[in-house]
Design a protein around this ligand. Structure first.
Ligand SMILES: *Cc1c(COP(=O)(O)O)cnc(C)c1O
Length: 377
């Protein structure tokens, strides 16, 4: 059943407020899975701190901002069901995974269960640390198959499970809470890649480690990420340099040199996310996914990969025969001012058979934007 289009988008106030809160876009920005548009307040908070660095000195300014940074650790921890003491700021999602693996020092050859559609840079990192990725059982759409996962954990448990909550190349919401419960019962740690999930869906799912990035759905600055780990895992990590005895262990993994102004921009963005109401944000983003898929499926021979009602705002489109996806992306940008991505199969070689066009609008998208994309295709 396809509801009539205007009924699809709940909470129009969120769309209007999101638009009003940030600089006017130069075109139609449908690319939040790559990098969202920041709000004016987040931009101002970051620039205010950068100015402070010039006035006070970088280290004095960071010290002066420590209360705010700690509040930020607290709200970021809260988004994933953990505490301020479990949070470390890093530079990106990938830097968070590298920090975790650096500290964990697992024996070479340790098995790690991940989705067949695992993000290729994650597979590369696991390999670089001597770990052996193995496929987590999935159904035909690439979604974790809970019976299969339960069986794997019971009969041949890996050292840990690594799950992309929402993959980069496909707008599928993985059953992370269910996988977390199975992992917990089996005593196998769950590491959740929430790069596409923070600010998008509920990330308080009971994982042992959650990591992600600022710039995607939370709409913070680039160059900032977070690593969040429960004490049971954090206590197993050995940092390159010992941490300060009066700080929680995970803080030894917070990069000492970092874009502090960016961390402050992220904290502002998270504050705006909480003020908007995460439940309402999720409902609107899910509605945006449904609207996007309804408007675009079948247009000029492009086909939507995700189920129409998948509760995410990421839609991917397979091209009609003979159509160049990267060329289409470039043409949409140069001729129509439409910003989106065209991930190729190297993004997730275990699952993708060819490139897709990825449409990932944030709260402010309108049906008119999507119709303009359909017309341009
Ligand atoms: C974007 C992304 C990453 C990497 O995030 P960075 O901040 O660029 O390191 C990891 N996993 C998934 C699923 C992503 O979408």
């Amino acid at each position: 059943m396809t509801p009539s289009r205007p009924d699809l988008l709940p909470h129009d106030d969120l769309g209007a407020a999101w638009r009003k809160a940030r600089p006017r876009p130069a075109g139609r920005h449908l690319d939040s899975a790559a990098s969202s548009r920041q709000s004016s307040r987040a931009l101002e908070a970051a620039s205010h701190h950068a100015r402070h660095e010039a006035e006070l000195g970088g280290y004095v300014a960071a010290q002066a901002a420590e209360n705010l940074l700690q509040q930020g650790r607290s709200v970021l921890g809260g988004l994933v069901g953990m505490a301020a003491a479990d949070v470390a700021f890093v530079e990106s999602a990938r830097a968070a995974l590298a920090a975790l693996l650096t500290g964990w020092r697992l024996p070479a050859g340790s098995r790690v269960a991940c989705l067949p559609g695992e993000y290729a840079p994650n597979i590369g990192l696991l390999g670089a640390y001597g770990l052996r990725p193995e496929p987590l059982p999935v159904d035909g759409g690439g979604r974790a198959d809970l019976e299969g996962v339960e069986r794997l954990l019971r009969t041949d448990p890996p050292r840990f499970v690594h799950l992309d909550h929402i993959p980069s190349h496909r707008g599928i919401l993985q059953p992370a809470a269910e996988v977390a419960a199975l992992c917990r019962a089996a005593g196998v740690p769950l590491v959740l890649d929430a790069a596409q999930a923070l600010g998008h869906v509920d990330t308080d799912v009971g994982a042992d480690v959650v990591y992600g990035t600022s710039r995607k759905w939370l709409a913070g600055p680039r160059g900032v990420g977070v690593l969040v780990a429960r004490p049971a895992v954090a206590d197993q990590l050995t940092p390159v340099m010992p941490g300060s005895g009066d700080l929680p262990p995970i803080r030894a993994f917070e990069s000492a040199e970092g874009h502090i102004a960016g961390r402050i921009g992220l904290i502002m963005a998270v504050g705006e996310h909480l003020a908007a109401g995460p439940d309402r944000v999720r409902e609107r983003l899910a509605g945006i996914g449904l609207l996007t898929r309804t408007v675009l499926d079948g247009v000029a021979g492009w086909t939507v990969v995700e189920p129409a009602g998948e509760p995410t705002a990421i839609t991917t489109l397979r091209p009609p025969d003979g159509v160049d996806v990267a060329g289409t992306r470039a043409r949409l940008l140069s001729e129509h001012g439409i910003v989106l991505s065209a991930p190729g199969p190297e993004r997730a070689p275990g699952e993708m058979t060819g490139p897709v066009l990825r449409v990932s609008p944030h709260l402010d998208v309108t049906a008119e934007d999507l119709e303009a994309l359909a017309a341009a295709l």
